[in-house]
Design a protein around this ligand. Sequence first.
Ligand code: SF4
Length: 241
Amino acid sequence: MIKTEGYIHSYESFGAVDGPGVRFVVFFSGCPLRCLYCHNPDTWIQTDGKKVSADTVFSTICGYKNFIKNGGVTISGGEPLMQPDFCAAILTRCKQAGFHTAIDTSGAVPLTQCRHAVDAADLILLDIKDIDKQDCKTLTGQTNEQAFALLSYCEETKKSVWIRHVLLPGYTLSDEKLHKMGKALAPFSCIERVELNPFHKMGEYKWETVDRPYTLTDVASPSEQDVLHAKEVLRAYGLPL
Ligand code: SF4
């Protein structure tokens, strides 16, 4: 049975960074990953969120239709694809109403479970956590194989993708990793944009509420120079930054 109810953490009515134009962003609760730098650990447990119907979410979105007519709707999280039916139900309603639709995902959910939700989006914002499979497991609890399966599916179906990647000193920020990433992503013509986000500790205080220690207290954010260099490395592989 298709689930048209699900758990959400919160809304953001004027999102500017989660897809093209001004976005209405719905943050789902629930995430299968445990990224060391997570700034939203309060979204990890699905049932900590508020249970609502897709119709309720859609009618909330419609209240902002004049603001998002040149932007659209993004489902973020947490991990949106952990609730694929609910995600698809919201996005299908949005598409019928003419809104541009996007999913902001780590790609951590097997495609066999979430293909219909991916199909309902115009754009996938895909977070490649670490280009090395095993290092990805250390950083997030899971390898990057599902994320690359999703990227390949987007290539096959000609779905637009924006790649996101956090530059984390000591983990993802090295020339070796950046070159590996450039080589791995270069063949995908579905990638319209690559966004590099410097690691920050803005969510560190939230970790006091979860049953895990925050381990990156002593890690500094990358410098502006580091970010510029990383962009140059990836641009040399023809990636759009
Ligand atoms: S995928 Fe996002 S919400 Fe989930 S643990 Fe990682 S940073 Fe946090």
